[in-house]
Design a binder for this molecule. Structure first.
Ligand code: SAM
Length: 413
């Protein structure tokens, strides 16, 4: 089946190809499996997003896009009364089955099948969850405004999405995969023969898949990540944009992963800031730390703040250029940008030992993503200059990229 692009959100892709992107093998009637799952959810909610799970007890929760329903079920087991909406009918069917005759059957209050943007959802909730798909929605502003209208005052909104940086790893995998499908299977596009392409993906990615524990199947990951047309740079969310929109409609950043608030801020007891001032602090912090979050390493505090800010800005613009070129499958541009990024990092004004140190650390971190031999090899494959590809190279096996950006917002008025 040929695939049509320009979809409204990723549900259309799931419906067209008849799969649930997050379906797991978990059996929640086994209490140990549920406990283990709940530990993961508690870590996310409490440690990353500063939301005590106790607040879920007797709360009203709207989950948009629950897919196979594990998160809704987990929240119900913590006492939440759950309402769910998903545009994929198969998702709501699956979710109802999960709840039916379970201990938490009565915690499922209501379900809707439909696009959230086009469906009237009754009520105001103390929690709204919209995880793993906000980037895929075309009209993001309308979507967030509607969420706000479904929230109680003091309620929390929790979301996760591909931001402009965190999409890198998945884009890289998808780019490698699509190129190999073309060169090895002779398919102009994987959608020309999806079954064959997915089978081939299983050959390439099986060993890599086995290096980590996963809840979903390799096949589902291939479809949802490598072949999902909404996984593109153009759809990613600019976190600054979401922070500003939220602030303008009364949804204030509560906490996030990566953290957008300054640690050890010792001015808080003298200098209480207004919501607008706090927003600017978070946005500044985001730009100051975005490279650090991308590379996953701590950078030394720069000595010259203004200078280092403009340097960070230049470097992060280059990273965005790399992601954009990957998304457009323009590999020669990616390779140029990687080269110039690394040489910029090395040539970094070598004034103070701290700056040299920080430049070196970043260069090494980036070079590690592109271990030189693998990088040359992958670049050659993607530009059609080589047919040799080792799906067993250390780089390929070991690199998994970043989790999506997670954040919680509180409705303050
Ligand atoms: C990638 S899955 C994420 C599932 C789950 N929230 C998680 O994070 O594990 C995205 C889900 O959102 C649903 N979805 C996407 N856009 C939607 C929309 N506009 N309205 C309702 N559901 C939507 C999809 O059908 C799918 O079930």
């Amino acid at each position: 089946m040929k695939y049509t692009f320009g979809v409204k959100n990723n549900s259309e892709f799931y419906i067209q190809h008849n799969f649930l992107p997050t379906e797991t093998e978990l059996r929640f009637e086994n209490v140990d499996e549920l406990k283990k799952y709940n530990l993961g959810r508690s870590y996310l909610l409490e440690n990353c997003l500063q939301i005590p799970t106790k607040l879920l007890n007797e709360s009203s929760l709207l989950e948009i896009g629950p897919d196979s329903g594990e998160n809704a079920y987990s929240a119900a087991s913590m006492g939440a009364n759950v309402t769910c909406i998903d545009a994929n009918p198969k998702s709501i069917q699956h979710l109802k089955k999960l709840f039916s005759k379970s201990r938490y059957e009565n915690n499922l209050s209501k379900t809707y099948v439909g696009d959230y943007l086009d469906t009237y959802v009754e009520g105001k909730f103390s929690f709204v969850f919209a995880e793993g798909f906000l980037h895929s929605v075309l009209n993001k502003e309308k979507f967030v405004r509607k969420i706000e209208s479904n929230m109680q005052i003091q309620g929390f909104f929790i979301t996760s999405y591909y931001d402009q940086f965190s999409i890198f790893g998945d884009l890289l995998h998808s780019s490698i995969f699509r190129t190999l499908v073309k060169s090895d299977l002779g398919l102009e596009s994987p959608y020309d023969n999806l079954e064959v392409a997915v089978d081939y993906g299983e050959d390439i990615f099986l060993k890599k898949w086995q290096t980590k524990k996963h809840l979903r199947s390799l096949r589902t990951w291939i479809l949802d990540v490598l072949l999902n047309p909404t996984m593109s740079f153009d759809r990613t969310i600019d976190t600054e944009w979401l922070l500003r929109l939220g602030n303008s409609i009364g949804l204030h950043l509560w906490q996030s992963w990566p953290n957008l608030k300054r640690f050890n801020n010792y001015e808080w007891h003298r200098d209480m800031k207004s919501p607008d001032e706090l927003l600017e602090v978070s946005i500044q912090h985001y730009h100051d730390r975005v490279l650090e979050n991308f590379f996953g390493i701590l950078l030394p505090e720069p000595l010259e703040k203004t200078r280092s800010r403009s340097r960070n800005h230049d470097l992060s613009s280059k990273l965005l250029e790399i992601n954009k070129s990957l998304s457009e499958q323009n590999w020669s541009k990616v390779s140029l940008n990687v080269k110039s990024l690394i040489s910029d990092l090395i040539a970094e004004e070598s004034k103070t030992p701290t700056q040299i140190f920080s430049a070196l650390k970043m260069t090494l971190a980036f070079a590690e993503l592109f271990l030189i031999d693998d990088f040359v090899e992958i670049r050659q494959i993607l530009s059609g200059q080589s047919e040799k590809f080792s799906s067993e190279s250390i780089f390929f096996l070991g690199y998994w990229g970043h989790p999506n950006h997670y954040s919680s917002y509180r409705k303050c008025w």
